[in-house]
Design a protein around this ligand. Structure first.
Ligand SMILES: Nc1nc2c(c(=O)[nH]1)N[C@H]1C(S)=C(S)[C@@H](COP(=O)(O)OP(=O)(O)OC[C@H]3O[C@@H](n4cnc5c(=O)[nH]c(N)nc54)[C@H](O)[C@@H]3O)O[C@H]1N2
Ligand SMILES: Nc1nc2c(c(=O)[nH]1)N[C@H]1C(S)=C(S)[C@@H](COP(=O)(O)OP(=O)(O)OC[C@H]3O[C@@H](n4cnc5c(=O)[nH]c(N)nc54)[C@H](O)[C@@H]3O)O[C@H]1N2
Ligand SMILES: [Mo]
Length: 740
């Protein structure tokens, strides 16, 4: 609805209304949340409606947005700062004040800094959040490089693309005649709107759609072509497509001559990756690989939307590079309807990351570089692989991290190697959870810091490409706590870093960031539905400008060593990595470990986005849990029949690393050799009487099932973690299985 309508509705019902930003996909982040009207009755947040004025969602909302009041008032909310009094893992705490929590954390971290050096502290960076820059700023102010970046999300695409075409080239959906959705879920992921709208509009316009993924989801259901690729084999598919377009001379010769470096060597290199070879690995018939490659090359307005599905495999970086090369050699870069190179916006909020403080010495101390040190700091700053931080606690390699802050992230549910995280949680000297709600790790925390949801705070602001909007507080906090930004401002000030943290003054901090836009928070807040920023007119073929772009490394050498698309990457070669993309097997697969297939005949993988949950939270919200009460395994009817499994049967899923109990759904839209789960199941739902799932065996936490073999389970260059393994699925005989 429109603002005037929202005011009228509120007036009629005796309520007040606050225009703000939805927090149910996580707080903010670039392009983040949907615009909402939040209604308050008798001091209670009761309902939301979609904001028509917001360009992010144009009034549309998903189930999660509507469930926000239940999430805010959930019995799982953390409302009191807590200090551990029991053993680690026991979950016995005493309530303390906010100030006492800040003092305690500051005292311990400063002591650890004195005794072990600043690098003994790591701050985990969850998915890109509105407060991510504060985490970065905090570690740098402390003198530690250990910003524990996910290694699980988006950075793989950023790195692979930046070092191939100097940008993450986004599809120009509006003008494409052919769109390849590749490892991408355009319908459910992200704010309700841009991606799904673009998908439906393209479909309505008659554009051809190709979906590349192991199982049918809404996009594949509406696609003209579905390429059911075997999980984790996208690099093989992309290399075979390069083989086809180069072998059949379907390339853009002018572009290759003018703007690509190393074409001859690439042409020679991909000759080995024939479609017949790729068929054996990907399970996609050679003829279908050829057909899609030819159609892509032959359609001038063709784009690729590459998603998170290609970021969870040991050949992730090479898959992404190969896709970037496919765009380049076929001339599908920065032309109408293809993948567009972006110029930075002329005006944007101030960058507060303090990245100018990095030195070689600091970057050299990374406990486990997310990207090779020679390529750091990368876009978000220097970063350590999230998993290496936990491993260091167990192995002391290269030194043990002593203190970890988990600000809105759940390693037990989101990272591969649940058992390692559990062991590290028992061992780590000092562990702080800062979250809005009980997390999987809370029982092991030394201090638990409750923070405000987006509905309980007046900061930050939402900045996306098309919308600038203040976060407006809907209700006061439910307890004596502040926002996440407030936490870092207070902690930094208590630790003596106040000069870098606006002396704890959040209003000054917000205004400082808005200054380059000629605004302050009061001026922004005075516009109830924010500021719509007109997109700049499209500019095409900006190759000269973009390909010369300086990298964020300390020496600012350009991303592309020759100022041209790096089909042969001399920077990678110099650093000891493959100059051209190669195929690398997942740790366990029918082709990598055929000996395992007798015991574990099916391939397991998973996906991230669902229509009603975010990552590993929100299963505790009754409205959402009623829609999807149980963790569901998609299994092909033939595979189910062979195992005597009927729809709705409870089954065990066993890999070489553990086992889960989930519910089977016979699903014709999946490869017969593959089963898929949604990741992120651990929470119970108190209101519905559902207990938590066990975090390890017998639960539903898919990250338990994967290999964490140092040599095989990770991409060697960018630390992407594999989420493919082999499993057997068995019906549970003793009738319907309870969850414990
Ligand atoms: N197997 C497998 N693993 C995966 C993935 C996959 O597809 N498969 N996906 C990966 C991806 S892409 C990602 S991004 C990660 C996600 O991994 P994480 O970022 O660790 O996500 P969650 O575990 O959901 O934890 C999010 C936490 O944020 C808290 N939260 C929500 N809103 C707020 C807020 O306003 N403030 C604060 N402080 N906290 C808040 C929630 O309560 C929750 O505890 O998982 C990764 N792991
Ligand atoms: N509603 C909602 N929206 C979200 C989030 C959320 O939790 N909830 N999280 C946000 C975050 S952090 C992220 S990273 C994005 C993710 O958004 P997307 O980038 O769209 O990624 P996913 O949703 O994980 O979808 C990945 C797709 O790849 C498929 N897939 C799985 N394995 C493979 C494979 O090996 N190869 C190929 N080709 N495909 C595969 C999956 O079935 C799925 O369709 O969504 C964001 N938006
Ligand atoms: Mo993500």
């Amino acid at each position: 609805m429109l603002y005037e309508q929202a005011l009228a509705v509120a007036r009629d019902r005796g309520e007040t209304v606050v225009p703000t930003v939805c927090g149910m996909c996580g707080p903010g982040g670039p392009g983040g949340g949907c615009g909402i009207y939040a209604f308050v009755r008798d001091g209670r947040f009761v309902r939301v409606a979609g904001m028509d004025e917001s360009p992010n969602n144009r009034g549309a909302l998903c189930a999660k947005a509507h469930a926000a009041p239940q999430w805010v008032y959930s019995p799982d909310r953390l409302t009191r700062p807590l200090r551990r009094i029991g053993e680690k893992g026991e979950g016995r705490f005493e309530e303390i004040s906010w100030d006492a929590a800040i003092d305690h954390i500051a005292t311990v971290l400063l002591r650890q800094k004195r005794e072990y050096g600043p690098e003994s502290l790591a701050v985990l960076s969850p998915a890109r959040r509105s407060y991510s820059e504060y985490l970065q700023r905090f570690v740098i102010a402390h003198g530690s490089p250990n910003y524990g970046h996910s290694g699980i999300c988006a950075m793989q695409r950023a790195f692979g693309f930046m070092h191939t075409v100097a940008d993450w080239p986004l599809p120009d959906y509006g003008q494409s005649d052919l769109i390849l959705y590749w490892g991408r879920q355009p319908i459910y992921s992200g704010p309700v709107g841009p991606a799904a709208r673009a998908f439906l509009a393209a479909k309505a316009r008659g554009a051809r759609i190709v979906a590349i993924k192991p199982s049918v989801e809404p996009d594949a259901g509406m696609a003209d072509v579905w390429l059911p690729v075997r999980p984790g084999t996208d690099a093989a598919l992309a290399l075979a497509m390069l083989h086809v377009v180069i072998g059949e001379d379907l390339i853009d010769h002018d572009f290759v001559r003018d703007w690509c470096y190393g074409y001859e060597r690439l042409a020679e290199h991909v000759r080995q990756y024939s479609p017949a070879w790729a068929e054996g690995i990907t399970g996609v018939p050679a003829g279908r690989i050829e057909a899609v490659a030819r159609e892509y090359a032959a359609t001038p307005r063709a784009a690729i939307d590459l998603g998170n599905g290609v970021e969870h495999t040991p050949s992730s970086c090479d898959a992404i590079r190969a896709v970037g090369m496919l765009m380049a050699v076929t001339g599908h870069l920065d032309r109408p309807g293809t993948n567009m190179l972006q110029l930075p916006p002329k005006r944007r909020p101030k960058d507060i990351s303090l990245r100018e403080r990095y030195t070689r010495e600091i970057v050299g101390k990374l406990v486990g570089p997310e990207f090779p040190v020679a390529f750091q700091p990368f876009m978000e700053g220097a970063s350590s692989a999230y998993y290496r931080i936990w491993e260091s606690v167990l192995t002391g390699d290269p030194y043990p991290v002593r203190g970890i802050i988990a600000p809105g992230t759940q390693p037990l549910a989101s990272m591969r190697g649940t058992r390692n995280v559990l062991a590290a949680l028992k061992k780590i000297d000092f562990f702080v959870v800062a979250d809005v709600a009980r997390t999987a790790e809370t029982p092991w925390a030394d201090v638990v810091v409750p923070v405000a949801t987006g509905y309980e705070t007046d900061s930050p602001f939402q900045y996306g490409p098309g919308w600038l909007m203040a976060t407006n507080r809907v209700i006061p906090p439910l307890g004596p706590y502040r926002s996440m930004i407030g936490f870092f401002l207070d902690l930094a000030t208590a630790m003596g870093y106040g000069d870098d943290f606006w002396q704890g003054d959040i209003a000054a901090c917000m205004d400082d960031q808005l200054a380059p836009l000629g605004l302050d928070m009061a001026a922004l807040r005075a516009r109830p539905t924010g500021l719509t920023l007109a997109p700049p007119p499209p500019e095409y073929e900006k190759y000269g400008t973009v390909f010369a772009r300086p990298s964020s490394r300390l020496d600012h050498a350009p991303y592309l060593p020759q100022g041209k698309v790096a089909l042969y990457n001399t920077d990678f070669e110099r650093a000891g990595y493959a100059p051209m993309p190669e195929w690398r097997e997942p740790p366990e697969s029918p082709t990598a470990t055929p000996e395992l297939t007798a015991t574990y005949p099916l391939i397991l993988s998973d996906y991230h986005t669902s229509k009603n949950f975010s990552a590993s939270w929100q299963r505790n919200v009754p409205l959402l849990r009623e829609i999807t009460p149980d963790p569901v395994l998609h299994i092909h009817p033939d595979a189910a029949a062979a195992r005597g499994i009927a729809d709705g049967d409870w089954v065990t899923v066993t890999s070489p690393h553990g086992w889960l109990k989930v519910k089977a759904e016979r699903y014709p839209g999946i490869r017969p050799d593959t089963v898929m789960l949604l990741h992120g199941w651990w929470q119970g739902c108190k209101e519905l009487g559902l207990p938590d799932f066990p975090l390890t065996d017998g639960g539903a936490n898919v990250n338990l099932l994967y290999s964490v073999d140092r040599q095989k389970a990770y991409d060697p260059m960018i630390t992407a973690m594999a989420s493919q393994t082999l499993v057997e699925v068995k019906r549970i005989e003793e009738g319907r299985c309870t969850r414990q």
